[in-house]
Write a protein that binds this ligand. Structure first.
Ligand code: PLP
Length: 445
């Protein structure tokens, strides 16, 4: 074994990883990355088929972004962002507010998706305190929702496997069924249901509006919950209902933002604007940690008050709006324009839809779901009962290890195996990725 991997196994603790497993399947040692390819120490080349945890947009080591990072690092590396500002943050905020859904006009920076969610929850909670509606302090969230791993983000999460050990630390949220068309909570058919499951949200709002600060949701696509894709009509209705009940709507676009669903933001599928929106991952094109929580002027205004007063939002991080990360984000957004990245995202969606269609006849595939750069297969033991493959079944198949053998990176979520591609992916790499994935699926029966 490579000496560096031995040292890794002796000292590193990897995220979302059963470390014992790494003794059997040691971590890949990636030495270099370019475009959609990762170059490993063993001489093998792997396709980055999960976009480095759903964040890479324009391919790895894009010169335009790397140059912006180097230039900024030489000019101003970091400075506190309390009552001090800098060019990269000024231009980034202007651009973000220009492309964001209408009405989101204020940007609060942080450095990861979980944090952007914590900030949205805290801003919404404090907003109601600041305007004197102190009873409005709870949140509605969704089964299988995922918003990060900090305590607040876990408290509005819906994947018990990740949060069970911390229940005693979490606050109590109101969790409702997800619009999960393949496993419809109302046992209806997607084509004819008329989005009937919005009723769960409506009933929860009717019952709890007086004590509610906000509804938080992943619009169009629940990622970690199993790549669950649902109709735009649901987010449109969610917007109407939250407005009618005087409750904030938070869109967590940490994963869906920046073209992932073939629109700049998932909110754009329904032409709706949330009150608060969380961004990270693709914000820097997947190069540096940066996050942003965007809010309306109405929310921002409720925090006005005297210096040292209780209206102020007492929240911040050392690396808030780091200039180098903001410069990377500016270069990322410039590439969206010069390369027409959204057009390639639409192309990816069409190609993935076409290719994945044939998996419907695979003996283990219960459902095929595609949106933007994301194509997912939900695996079942029995297509009629829809009994999911268990964690043990998935472990036995070992997609992760098999993916390595086939030169692709796969990280299934529960019984769902998926591709989540950098938006820059084009032919012939795309065809090669699809071939490698198909070869692997042909061996899994
Ligand atoms: C929708 C969503 N929100 C929040 C997060 C948390 O982001 P981070 O891992 O940067 O903390 C994720 C991460 O996958 C996510 O998918």
């Amino acid at each position: 074994m490579d000496e560096r991997i031995k040292i890794d196994l002796a000292h590193n603790w990897h995220p979302f990883t059963q470390m014992e497993q790494l003794n059997e399947t040691p971590p890949l040692l990636i030495e270099r990355a370019e475009g959609v390819k990762l170059y490993a120490s063993d001489g093998k080349v792997y396709y980055d088929t999960v976009a480095s945890w759903w964040c890479n947009i324009h391919g790895h080591c894009r010169k335009e972004i790397s140059d912006a990072i180097s230039k900024q690092a030489a000019a101003l590396d970091h400075i506190l962002f309390a009552a001090i500002t800098h060019d990269p943050a000024v231009s980034l905020s202007k651009k973000l507010c220009g492309i964001a859904p209408n009405g989101l006009s204020r940007v609060f920076y942080s450095d990861n998706g979980s944090c952007s969610v914590e900030i949205a929850l805290k801003m919404s909670a404090q907003y109601w305190q600041n305007i004197g509606q102190t009873q409005k302090r709870r949140f509605i969230c969704f089964d299988r929702g995922y918003h990060g791993d900090t305590i607040g983000a876990m408290s509005v999460g819906g994947i018990d496997l990740y949060t069970a050990h911390f229940k005693h630390l979490m606050f109590d949220s109101i969790r409702i069924p997800t619009p999960y068309c393949y496993r419809c909570p109302m046992r209806l058919e997607k084509k004819t249901c008329g989005c009937a499951c919005i009723e769960y949200l409506e009933k929860a709002l009717d019952k709890h509006a007086a004590e509610l600060a906000a509804v938080i949701m992943e619009p169009m696509l629940l990622g970690a919950g199993g790549m669950i894709i649902y109709p735009a009509e649901y987010i449109k209705r969610a917007r109407e209902l939250t407005t009618a009940h005087n409750v904030h709507l938070i869109f967590d676009e940490v994963t869906t933002g920046f073209g992932r669903t073939a629109k700049m933001f998932a909110a754009d599928h329904a032409n709706v604007s949330p009150d608060l929106m969380c961004l990270s991952k693709g914000l820097t094109g997947g190069t540096l940690p940066l996050a942003a929580t965007l809010v309306t002027e109405a929310i921002f205004d409720a925090f006005a008050g005297p210096a040292g007063g209780t209206e102020t939002f007492y929240h911040g991080h050392t690396f808030t709006a780091n200039p180098i990360a903001c410069a990377a984000a500016n270069a990322n957004l410039a590439l969206f324009e010069t390369e027409n990245t959204l057009a390639n995202a639409a192309y990816l969606q069409a190609r993935l839809t076409e290719d994945f269609e044939s998996y419907k006849t695979h003996p283990l595939v219960g459902d095929v779901r595609v949106i933007g750069c994301c194509a997912a297969l939900e695996l079942v033991k029995d297509k009629t009962t829809k009994e999911p493959l268990s964690a043990a079944d998935m472990a036995k198949i070992g997609f992760y290890k098999r993916g390595f053998d086939h030169g692709i990176i796969l990280r299934p979520v529960a019984n769902v195996v998926y591709l989540f591609l950098p938006l820059v992916t084009v032919e012939p790499d795309l065809q090669e990725m699809l071939n490698l994935f198909r070869q692997l699926m042909n061996t899994v029966c």
